[in-house]
Design a protein around this ligand. Structure first.
Ligand code: CP
Length: 306
């Protein structure tokens, strides 16, 4: 099996072999350094379609595509003909007519990558659809863990915070459990989906117990823009009970690491003495995002690396 010619709507399209193949290729790209340019995707055109804000994902896809020799075009909804009444369907047909090989889409509506696929034969990567999924973030997170610990099986990963509104948490739960990691979710009860244990994770509402003996503690952003009611009293209260501090990190294993998909709200879900410490892998995650996305694009589009 391989991901050649497949869409990436979420991580469940990947087999364990696919994941390891992406990791191996990302590792080789990383060992070659940032300066090395490749030509494996010369002649391809990748279009980023971002209907929601992004810093890391959009830019790292663009860097990854260019480093493989692909052309990249960025579609900006706010300055497009969508504002003149053009439909999404006609927008996609118009872009297709200009020879797009692969779309990278982010949208606030869950299922938007599948909607895009209804109108195109080109490949589609989901770069975040509402609260549903963010597969490339999960793959780069898992890669970062694998690189640090040399394995995923048996790692204890505690994810802290607004699980309910987090597409990163959903994709991470699917990928990490499928690769044999033990995942524990913690946060205010109002922000943990009901019956989430059915997905093979444990839940604890006591952050100290949840973090105990963890290899990885992952903070999540409090996603206020997706919260349409009051899930907790105040950000200060959230920080007091669930903010990740050096005291909380002491419950984790001595060589544990802190991770966060970003963007971070410093002083809310984590304090600086953790996010800026030597055990913080936040910037390594961003760096790895480029190499993991290079591997994905290359394998999906059948690039030959020489
Ligand atoms: N992690 C993540 O998706 O970040 P951006 O919103 O900056 O792309």
């Amino acid at each position: 099996m391989s991901i050649l010619g497949k869409d990436l709507f979420d991580v469940d399209v990947l087999t364990a072999d696919d994941v390891m193949s992406i990791f191996q290729m990302a590792k080789e790209f990383k060992e070659s350094g940032f300066a090395k340019k490749w030509t494996s995707l010369k002649g391809k055109t990748i279009c980023t379609l971002f209907f929601e804000s992004s810093t890391r994902t959009r830019i790292s896809f663009e860097i990854a595509a260019r480093r493989l020799g692909s052309d990249v075009v960025n579609f900006t909804a706010s300055t497009s003909a969508l504002n003149k009444g053009e439909s999404f369907k006609d927008t996609v047909k118009t872009l297709d007519a200009m020879g797009i090989d692969l779309y990278v889409i982010r949208h606030s509506e869950p299922g938007s990558p599948m909607m895009l696929k209804k109108y195109t034969q080109s490949l589609v990567i989901n770069a975040g659809d509402g609260i549903r999924g963010h597969p490339t973030q999960a793959i780069l997170d898992a890669y970062t863990m694998w690189e640090k610990f040399g394995k995923l099986e048996g790692l204890k990963v505690t994810i802290v915070g607004d699980i309910f509104h987090s597409r990163v948490a959903r994709s991470n739960v699917k990928l990490l459990t499928s690769m044999g990691a033990d995942v524990i979710l913690t946060g205010p009860a109002t922000l943990i989906p009901l019956n989430v244990e059915n997905y093979g994770v444990k839940v604890s509402y006591d952050v100290k117990k949840a973090v105990s003996n963890s290899d990885i503690v992952m903070g999540l952003r409090m996603q206020l823009e997706r919260q349409n009611s009051t899930f907790f009293s105040s950000l200060d209260e959230y920080n007091e009970f669930y903010g990740i501090t050096p005291e909380i990190m002491k419950y984790a294993k001595p060589n544990s690491i802190f991770m966060h998909p970003g963007p971070m709200n410093r002083g809310v879900e984590v304090i600086e003495s953790v996010s800026d410490s030597d055990s913080s892998f936040v910037e390594e995650q961003v760096k790895n995002g480029v190499f993991v996305r290079m591997a994905l694009l290359n394998q999906m589009l059948g690039g030959v690396v020489e």
